[in-house]
Design a protein around this ligand. Structure first.
Ligand code: WAQ
Ligand code: MG
Length: 250
């Protein structure tokens, strides 16, 4: 970037009768704003979950000095033919991470399906830690670094992988987050992932049946009250740009 241009956070969310349909965000220059607004608007209008009756586009200035730049988590793909195989792979990875209560966590994951954000779950007690459990916690203010492969480019559609890698990288870099589990709620997208600082971003090519509108995220947390407040603040407020891998192997 030349001379730190002014950056803007752009957020889109769309709903139908108060039910969440689509949300996305970028951190971009003033020059990119008109095109990006249009891209996110098109996305809201053409989502496979339905036509929204409410679309919100929010634009806020961001100081370049406030931004934390992080390297993307290393990426690995495990090919799974069925949701059962995918879930078995997730379970095995969680075992290797020495996580407790694996069955219970996988069960709770199913309850995250109608939420707009993620569940924040205490890895030891399985206590739900979101201030608003119906909404969940949303990780926001993040994008890929400018001049790198950016979510939404070049064809303006959703790039599930790029966007998820940006989100997972931000989330995994909080010291009290142990892991993230994710399934898309898009009916036509069946690849999901488990991610952490140690294991990186591990994709499972089939994690749900094709056509299923079910999807959700769990952030697994371990720490005390003070660390929890810091973690929620980090997820919701810290501006993050992610250096994407040069060659994306997916
Ligand atoms: N913060 C927290 N939770 C979120 C956020 C966010 N910013 N955005 C979405 N969620 C939750 C919410 O409950 C959604 O219903 C759920 O996650 C799924 O969101 O490598 O597309 O945007 O190819 O549908 C994974 C890509 C794609 C795997 C995930 O998620 C790959 C995806 P979606
Ligand atoms: Mg979705």
């Amino acid at each position: 970037m030349i001379g730190n241009p002014q950056l803007y956070s752009l957020k889109m969310r769309a709903s139908q009768q108060n039910a969440h349909i689509s949300g996305a965000e970028r951190i971009i220059t003033e020059e990119e704003l008109p095109d990006c607004c249009n891209q996110l608007l098109q996305r809201a209008l053409r989502h496979s979950k339905g036509k929204p009756d409410f679309i919100n586009l929010k634009i806020e200035a961001v100081c370049p000095e406030e931004i934390l730049t992080l390297p993307a988590l290393p990426v690995r793909t495990i090919t799974t033919a069925t949701p059962e195989e995918g879930m078995a792979a997730v379970r095995e990875i969680m075992q290797r991470m020495n996580l407790a209560h694996i069955d219970k966590i996988l069960q709770i994951w199913q309850q995250s399906y109608a939420m707009r954000g993620a569940m924040l779950l205490h890895a030891n007690t399985l206590q739900r830690l979101e201030p608003n459990p119906e909404r969940g916690v949303r990780a926001t203010y993040m994008d890929a670094c400018p001049a790198e492969p950016r979510p939404g480019q070049p064809n303006s559609g959703k790039n599930h992988f790029n966007e998820a890698l940006v989100l997972a990288t931000k989330v995994a870099h909080h010291p009290n987050i142990l892991a993230e589990l994710c399934i898309s709620d898009d009916p036509d997208y069946v690849t999901g992932y488990i991610a952490s600082r140690e294991i990186g971003y591990v994709r499972l090519t089939t994690l749900k049946p094709l056509g299923s509108p079910d999807g959700g995220r769990i952030f697994l947390f371990r720490g005390n009250q003070e660390e929890l407040a810091d973690c929620i603040n980090y997820l919701q407020q810290q501006k993050v740009l992610v250096k994407m891998p040069e060659e994306i192997k997916i």
